[in-house]
Design a protein around this ligand. Structure first.
Ligand SMILES: Nc1ncnc2c1ncn2[C@@H]1O[C@H](COP(=O)(O)OP(=O)(O)OP(=O)(O)O)[C@@H](O)[C@H]1O
Ligand code: NI
Length: 245
């Protein structure tokens, strides 16, 4: 789903992300962790061509498409549909005066897809939301429901991989578990691949197969999540783990 080699993202002369290898296969979850400013979001956004001011080198393939050389039209087909971006605060991204069902229908049409009640209801059920919520406005649902709706949108559009940037950090702890549960389920049931950016190592340990640890734009450690988190080889990873509550 995602295949990255020798990725370098530069702002001016400063390299803010240097990622030699990053692969996410079908049904797999890879997490990028690291402190604020380490380059996690930049890495994630660059994979979808969403860092317009940056200078990028290396190879990026998402859903088989070479992101750096693909014509804009091909890139738009992938972006937001087969490869969906889920951000920290979905409510901010949802237009406040538009009912969720209307938003979903528009998104489907924009991508040239059928927008039947059945398709929309199924997407809601896939994230354990009552399809009746489609009649609500964004401010009439909770943060956790809004985040699951963002994931439902991705599912409706046929997402094969979700790129999520801190998808639970704006949510209450109890609600975080709901969102994580939904992501887990989608992996298991649909083979959804997941690239997750998070500073929450507790969350990462419950869902990720592999972990990349970034510091100052560089990948300082990577490997199986269980191994990296149980026996970190890099001092920085140990520090991160010790900072856990
Ligand atoms: N458009 C931009 N122009 C210049 N520098 C940028 C730009 N966007 C990000 N940066 C810089 O790139 C570095 C990495 O930022 P990034 O947002 O990727 O970090 P992060 O690991 O996601 O941090 P956080 O956990 O706070 O979200 C930071 O030093 C940031 O200031
Ligand atoms: Ni970030």
């Amino acid at each position: 789903m995602i295949e990255v080699r020798d990725l370098r993202v530069r702002y001016g002369t400063r390299v803010v992300a240097d990622v030699p290898v990053l692969d996410v296969g079908e049904g797999e979850c890879v997490a990028i962790v690291g402190e604020s400013g380490s380059g996690k979001s930049t890495t994630l956004l660059s994979l979808l061509g969403l860092t317009p001011d940056a200078e990028i080198s290396g190879q990026i393939r998402v859903c088989g498409l070479d992101v750096r050389t693909a014509p804009p039209r091909r890139l738009r087909e992938i972006r937001g549909a087969r490869a969906a971006l889920v951000m920290q605060s979905p409510q901010a991204a949802l237009s406040p005066a538009t009912r969720l069902g209307v938003l979903m229908r528009r998104a489907l049409r924009l991508h040239g897809r059928e927008a039947t009640e059945q398709i929309m209801s199924e997407a809601m059920e896939a994230v354990l939301l009552d399809p009746a919520l489609l009649r609500r406005y964004p401010h009439e649902v909770s943060g956790g429901q809004a985040q699951r709706f963002a994931i439902a949108l991705a599912i409706a559009l046929g997402a094969e991989v979700i790129l999520a940037d801190e998808p639970t950090s704006a949510l209450d702890v109890t609600v975080q578990a709901e969102v994580v549960g939904v992501l887990r389920r989608l992996r298991a049931e649909r083979g959804l691949a997941l690239l997750l950016v998070s500073h929450d190592l507790a969350l990462v340990s419950t869902i990720a197969d592999r972990v990349l640890v970034m510091k100052d734009g560089v990948v300082v450690e990577s490997g199986a999540a269980a191994e990296v988190l149980a026996a970190p080889s890099h001092p920085y990873t140990r520090e991160l783990l010790e900072a856990l509550p």
